[in-house]
Design a protein around this ligand. Structure first.
Ligand code: HEM
Length: 503
């Protein structure tokens, strides 16, 4: 093709040039939102937004963004706009006051029936129905009934650590805590004796680890970020199929066992079974069929999906926090001594009961400090149904509003000398000095973590029982400071090997 009479460009080259220019303009248009709204943020790379920055880790990136641009930052995942909000007052407004608008987590792709049935991902009335049906499992009364099972898992935990450390070898507390929390969730929620603590390569642990990886970083997902319009075409699954199938078959067997046995169960599975509409209800449902939540129980998809959610959400998060707690004890011997003294004074050598947990004030402060630095979630999210102005900031509907917990919990405005481990930050006096929502490791508002009480109970009980038998100290392989996984969950990248010292 002849251009202006003197350049001869082949037609196909011209087509490619026009396509590149069109795509570039398309990208510029998508990336103009925050600029138009006057919200500060880093300059996005065409098509990728700020995704390449995440190579250094999501938490570290958030910290840099908040330090550079302030409490409200506009960023892009591919072309998807994300508003990073770290102002505690705005967090309160969005997550609590405006909850009717910000009810849901923003999910940038079409969910299949299975994915949409988890309490963590469900929308609006469907979520309300699931949450109110499932929540009673975690009442204080129900949790109290679970204590003997947790104590049994704690005893196995101590024996497992003692066995592994017999020859003075360091023990990887990350691995040990993973098997412990898997045993707790399997026994307290489903009445299943997994005993993964005595088995290396346990299938439950293997599949729960796989499940957590899911599909969301696969090319399909990246493509949706670049071309958001595709979200109406593709479904993306949260869990790996094999892992999902494994846990569903586990739940099926547990249900069959209950039909035959006489035992009375007080666990999550039983509560969901009691809330089930009827045994023969079809597995199939459409969103339309879900409209009337008042007159039905859980269907089979909801029952199994939430059972799987509990295995996955209840295992990794708690295991990571507990293993970081051991790390913090090992690297802060004075804190370890104070925890030990308090436990000895309360228990005088007997096993802890649920009432002992509220008496252990220092242990409570200690766990809060562990959760501040190493609470599992790097970010929490909500998506609005309507455009809204919150504290003078215009937030368009459907935008991913992300609260960077990692960055809030390390913000020197609220936490002087933020990298220092200091449980005394949580004395009543010090708590009163900072905004209430500057510490939110389990999230905020009606969609706060459903398993918070269970997690705190099992972690405190495990730590009390461990510290009755031994103490922790660093070994030559312990990383100080510890290297964190760059992903969405705070994990120790290379495990947490510690030396175990008999008391
Ligand atoms: C130390 C352990 C844990 C931590 C740090 C943690 C943290 C969180 C966070 C930050 C959220 C998001 C809350 C929000 O968006 O406002 C969440 C939600 C959730 N967590 Fe946890 N969690 C832990 C343990 C557990 C356990 C043991 C279970 C279940 C047995 C569980 C089940 C869930 C579920 C189902 C949701 C979604 C709730 C909803 O959308 O209604 N978590 N968790």
């Amino acid at each position: 093709m002849d251009i202006l009479g003197f350049i001869d460009v082949p037609g196909w080259v011209l087509t490619i040039i026009i396509m590149i220019i069109t795509l570039y303009l398309y990208s510029l248009w998508y990336h103009s939102l925050w600029r138009q709204l006057g919200i500060p943020g880093p300059r996005p790379i065409p098509f990728l937004g700020i995704l390449p920055r995440y190579k250094k880790g999501l938490g570290k990136t958030d910290l840099e963004l908040v330090n550079t641009y302030g409490p409200v930052v506009g960023i892009y995942h591919g072309h998807l706009p994300v508003l990073l909000v770290s102002d505690p007052e705005m967090v309160k407004e969005i997550f609590i006051k405006e909850f009717s608008n910000f009810t849901n987590r923003p999910i940038p792709f079409k969910m299949d029936e299975d994915s949409a049935s988890s309490v963590g991902t469900a929308y609006d009335n469907h979520w309300k129905f699931l949450r109110s049906t499932i929540s009673p499992t975690f009442s204080s009364g129900k949790l109290k009934l679970m204590v003997p099972k947790i104590q049994r898992c704690c005893t196995n935990l101590v024996e497992n650590i003692q066995r592994q450390s017999k020859q003075g070898e360091p023990v990887d507390m990350k691995e040990v805590c993973e098997t412990f929390t898997m045993d707790v969730i399997a026994s307290t929620a489903f009445g299943i004796d997994v005993n993964s603590q005595n088995e290396s390569n346990n299938q439950f642990v293997k599949h729960a680890k796989d499940a957590a990886l899911g599909e969301i970083f696969k090319p399909k997902f990246i493509l949706i970020m670049m071309f958001p319009i595709l979200k109406h075409l593709f479904t993306v699954q949260f869990l790996k199929k094999e892992a999902g199938d494994f846990f569903k078959s586990v739940v099926d067997s547990a249900i069959e066992l209950r039909k035959k046995g006489q035992e009375v169960y007080n666990d999550f599975l039983q509560l969901m079974l009691n809330a089930r509409h009827d045994d023969k209800q079809s597995d199939y449902f459409t969103m339309g069929d879900l409209k009337d939540f008042k007159n039905r129980g859980l269907n089979n998809i909801e029952l199994k999906k939430n059972a799987v959610t509990f295995f996955v959400a209840g295992y990794d998060t708690t295991a990571n926090t507990l293993s970081f707690a051991c790390y913090c004890l090992a690297t802060n011997q004075d804190v370890q001594r104070k925890c030990m003294e308090e436990i000895d004074n309360i228990l005088h050598g007997r096993r802890p009961q649920v009432e002992d947990l509220s008496k252990s004030k220092y242990l409570d402060r200690f766990f809060n400090e562990v959760l501040r630095l190493y609470g599992a979630a790097v970010r929490i999210q909500r998506g609005g149904k309507q455009d809204i102005i919150v504290k003078g900031v215009y937030i368009p509907k459907d935008v991913d509003v992300s609260v960077p917990l990692y960055a809030i919990h390390r913000n020197p405005l609220f936490w002087p000398d933020p990298d220092k481990f200091d449980p005394d930050r949580f004395t009543e006096e010090n708590k009163a000095k900072r905004p209430e929502y500057a510490f939110i490791p389990f999230g905020v508002g009606p969609r706060i973590c459903i398993g918070m009480r269970l997690a705190l109970m099992e972690m405190k009980m495990a730590l009390m029982i461990m510290l009755q038998s031994f103490t922790f100290s660093p070994c030559s392989k312990t990383e100080i400071p510890i290297e964190l996984d760059p992903g969405q969950i705070i994990r120790a990248k290379n495990g947490i090997p510690l030396k175990i010292n008999k008391r």
